[in-house]
Design a protein around this ligand. Structure first.
Ligand SMILES: C[S@@+](CC[C@H](N)C(=O)[O-])C[C@H]1O[C@@H](n2cnc3c(N)ncnc32)[C@H](O)[C@@H]1O
Length: 270
């Protein structure tokens, strides 16, 4: 049993990913991808960044721990007629199926941050990047007041404490932790840079309907509801989440939901 894999195979993350396509495409446009560039998308989900990169002409490999998401990504690539990308199952903490110095760009948008053993993750990302290449990570920021950090914070307050030794994925949103992990992997600190950015979620329904998508299809929230139900607190959790989504909704038309949470963008020159 692998709790990390179980968490992300739970529900159906493609329901959430479908609301993230606009920012996935625009982030890729900012990465200066040229035809033939070798790109690894780590924790690729159903291809929110990998597929726009392949459309741009890059030679893309997507790796994800969840077999259902790998399947969905391969299906989407086939529907788009893209032969220059492939998706496979793998763990960002141990990319044994990938050779050293293979990729010009390793990108991981809210993906590798969820893998266990963050020092191994940094080491693996560096190992598979060719010298002169780049690593770009998007990481949610702990205690940030915007959507996803708050969903994860609220969800964890309803779930039993993690086992001893568990390192919170949110520590990837702390600059000092990121520097510590990549310097341990051999990267000089001055080759690591940080920026705050936003990623949009656009949902064609009300904020409470969007909150329900997380309740029904997003692993971390599904686990929180399961624990809250056992403790007789599901209604409290539902209320907290609905209030959060309503507060964060920037759409003037309240039959639609548009939310743009902040994330930490990390760029590393290898
Ligand atoms: C929040 S989703 C983001 C997916 C995608 N990058 C996107 O922007 O739509 C997190 C992804 O990380 C993947 N993931 C979690 N732990 C992983 C691990 N150890 N190795 C590889 N992928 C992992 C999950 O399966 C999931 O697809």
């Amino acid at each position: 049993m692998n709790p990390n894999k179980d968490l992300w195979e739970k529900g159906d993350f493609t329901r959430i990913a479908a609301t993230m396509r606009e920012s996935g495409k625009s982030l890729v446009e900012q990465l200066g991808i040229k035809p033939g560039l070798k790109v690894l998308d780590l924790g690729c989900g159903d291809g929110t960044t990998a597929l726009p990169a392949a459309v741009t002409g890059a030679d893309v490999v997507g790796v994800d721990i969840a077999s259902n998401l790998v399947e969905a990504a391969n299906r989407r690539a086939q529907e788009l007629g893209l032969a220059n990308c492939r998706f496979q199952e793998g763990d960002a903490s141990n990319l044994q199926q990938l050779a050293d110095k293979t990729f010009d760009l390793v990108v991981s948008i809210f993906g590798a941050m969820f893998a266990p053993r963050p020092f191994d993750v940094a080491k693996e990302m560096v190992r598979v990047t060719r010298p002169g290449g780049r690593i770009v990570m998007g990481n949610w920021i702990p205690n940030d007041p915007t959507l996803v950090a708050q969903i994860l914070k609220i969800s964890s307050s309803y779930t039993p404490p993690p086992p001893d030794g568990f390192v919170s994925p949110m520590t990837w949103g702390i600059e000092d932790n990121v520097v510590e992990r990549f310097t341990a992997a051999g990267i000089p600190a001055d080759s690591i840079s940080f920026a705050r950015d936003v990623f949009s979620f656009n949902y064609p329904g009300s904020s409470s309907a969007f909150a329900a998508e997380f309740k029904n299809y997003y692993g971390p929230t599904m686990n929180a509801f399961a624990a809250a139900e056992m403790a007789g607190r599901a209604a409290d959790l539902q209320k907290e989440l609905e209030e959060l989504f309503e507060r964060q909704n920037q759409s003037a038309d309240k039959t639609q939901t548009s939310i743009s949470p902040t994330f930490l963008r990390v760029t590393i020159s290898v």
